[in-house]
Write a protein that binds this ligand. Structure first.
Ligand code: MRU
Length: 346
């Protein structure tokens, strides 16, 4: 990869600033967990698996900086660090998964010296990042089998290297198909209001040399109706036990359009995106973001001042619109409720 989304280096966390792309490729350095939490909230890092890694690294940073005489004090402060991380963004389950994994590792090593616990937490955060790369490559390997030679693949938002530790889920599938020598092209929805498709997906696919065409969100139906789209592949922020999938706002519309036009609609996500505690998607918490993301572009007003605005950041695509869910452990095509459990090893 020609960029690093997030890494631990010299006792600091380095992230590419995704609010500045594609214009500027700037890497920020973080040594304070509260600044990492702000970076997640402020979308400097975004995408479900990437924010899981960021939360884990933020906790490792927090643990380094805790001043404590006793284990009791250390663990009380560590819980506060976890709590700050948990209050950044509500929808992507990977954030809570990352926090829980760090909590459990700390607990399992409670009898060790504080210095050792700090080191163990740092290593665990780095491991989560490294594992994500392997997971995404496996998602890619499975998913590529669904992409025919010569396909035009439509994707929404950015479920790429920038949204993970570096390879991507939906874009991992696309990368793997491309690497396998399939002659494919991508249509990238621009993804209003935050423009992840235009700013991030187009940027990273062009860097990877994968032919990419940018369209605005309201053009997807036009191209599907004309037979120009072979299949759709998107990522996920949380998948309920029945397969209902929360992903970037607009994903539901793409899925409905795909069904209407008999186009396969695939979701690519790691097992850590499954939330088997939720029986269906109606229970998934949906983040609402500031009105300014809708009324302004780069600080310039595109709507009258004072207009009423809604800005839900995600929507839920019912499982009946999803042709398959691609995970690192394999592909689930039907009977999601049983098969997702099996693939998660639950
Ligand atoms: O608001 P964002 O940019 O964090 O939303 C990202 C998405 O919706 C992605 O599609 C999802 O997190 C999957 S990333 C592999």
């Amino acid at each position: 990869m020609s960029f690093r989304t997030i890494e631990w280096r010299d006792d600091a966390v380095i992230m590419i600033d995704q609010t500045r792309l594609p214009g500027e490729e700037i890497y920020n350095t973080y040594t304070d967990f509260k600044a990492v939490a702000d970076a997640i909230r402020g979308m400097i890092i975004r995408g479900a698996p990437a924010i899981g890694v960021a939360a884990a690294m933020g906790i490792a940073l927090g643990a380094r900086n805790i001043i404590a005489d006793t284990h009791e004090s250390f663990f009380r402060q560590l819980e506060n660090v976890c709590d700050v991380m948990a209050h950044t963004r509500p929808t992507a389950i990977n954030l809570f998964w990352g926090i829980q994994r760090m909590r459990q590792v700390a607990e399992a090593n409670r009898d060790k010296k504080l210095e050792q616990i700090r080191e163990i937490l740092k290593k665990e955060a780095i491991r989560i990042e490294e594992e994500d790369l392997t997971i995404c490559r496996n998602i890619g390997k499975w998913g590529a089998t669904l992409i025919p030679e010569g396909a035009t693949v439509l994707t929404h938002c950015n479920a790429g290297g920038l949204a993970t530790a570096g390879y991507g889920t939906a874009l991992g599938v696309i990368r793997a198909a491309h690497e396998a020598g399939k002659n494919i092209r991508v249509f990238a929805d621009e993804t209003r209001p935050w423009l992840q498709g235009a700013r991030l997906t187009a940027w990273e696919l062009m860097k990877a040399g994968i032919p990419t065409t940018l369209i605005s969100d309201n053009m997807a139906g036009f191209f599907m109706q004309r037979g120009e789209i072979t299949c759709c592949v998107v990522g996920a922020d949380r998948i309920a036990a029945n397969g209902d999938t929360a992903n970037k706002i607009g994903t539901y519309s793409v899925a409905v359009l795909a069904k209407e036009n008999n186009i396969p609609f695939y979701v690519a996500a790691p097992v850590s995106t499954l939330d088997l505690t939720l029986s269906d998607g109606s229970k998934i918490p949906i983040e609402e973001r500031p009105a300014s993301e809708v009324t302004h572009i780069k600080g310039i007003a595109i709507a009258p001042e004072g207009v009423s605005v809604r800005n839900p950041s995600f929507d839920v695509t019912p499982a009946r619109y999803i042709s398959a869910i691609i995970t690192e452990n394999g592909i689930v095509k039907d009977d999601f409720r049983t098969e997702l459990r099996r693939i998660a090893g639950a």
